[in-house]
Design a protein around this ligand. Structure first.
Ligand SMILES: Cc1cc2nc3c(=O)[nH]c(=O)nc-3n(C[C@H](O)[C@H](O)[C@H](O)COP(=O)(O)O)c2cc1C
Length: 170
């Protein structure tokens, strides 16, 4: 599968088969993350992989009761060990770097026949408590992973000519 095919095929999977995700597939997802670029090659990302059913239920509650979160066979807490470095452009590194790594995971997941969903609707303090994540570590996103039991809808996106400008802001 080429990259563009994977980009087109990826969608937010919100229903999962009751099927375990093979360890070698999971490792390839994290290898894809490991190879992601990051500011100054800081590699601040850390991933907590959760398969335990009780813990997944707790995370579902921390994610505003989104039921499919608990139903997914794997939940990944995508974290940053960070000194909160801000780039010259004014943007903090860590949410950008962790997000790039997550996107690598979501695209490699398509190649593996897996589905994912980014989860930003969660209470960080509760997730940290459930997973024993130190206070100084940030939880940037949760990511559900598993075999899809639903199908993607047509993509609802702005047209290219709205988002791309040539030479000047117009
Ligand atoms: C940063 C981020 C946070 C998101 N948080 C949630 C979430 O908490 N729950 C959810 O169901 N979807 C969540 N999504 C998925 C988006 O709703 C979805 O990507 C968007 O509607 C486009 O649909 P698609 O991913 O199927 O192309 C999130 C996506 C991103 C990138």
């Amino acid at each position: 599968m080429n990259v563009f095919d994977a980009i087109q095929a990826r969608y937010s999977v919100r229903s999962y088969k009751m099927q375990d995700v093979e360890e070698e597939k999971l490792l390839r997802l994290f290898e894809a993350a490991r190879l992601a670029p990051s500011a100054n090659n800081r590699q601040e990302w850390r991933f907590v992989v959760v398969k335990d059913a009780v813990t997944r239920q707790q995370l579902m509650h921390a994610a505003r009761e989104q039921e499919f979160v608990g139903q997914a066979p794997v939940i990944v807490a995508c974290c940053a060990v960070t000194d909160n470095h801000v780039m010259t452009c004014g943007q903090p590194c860590y949410p950008i770097d962790v997000s790039i790594a997550i996107d690598h995971i979501t695209l490699q997941a398509v190649e593996e026949g897996l589905g994912t969903c980014w989860i930003g609707a969660f209470y960080e303090d509760r997730v940290k408590k459930i997973l024993g994540i130190p206070h100084v570590v940030r939880v940037v996103e949760l990511l559900t992973v598993g075999y899809p039991a639903d199908e993607g809808l047509p993509k609802n996106r702005l047209p290219l000519n709205t988002i791309v400008m040539r030479e000047r802001w117009k």
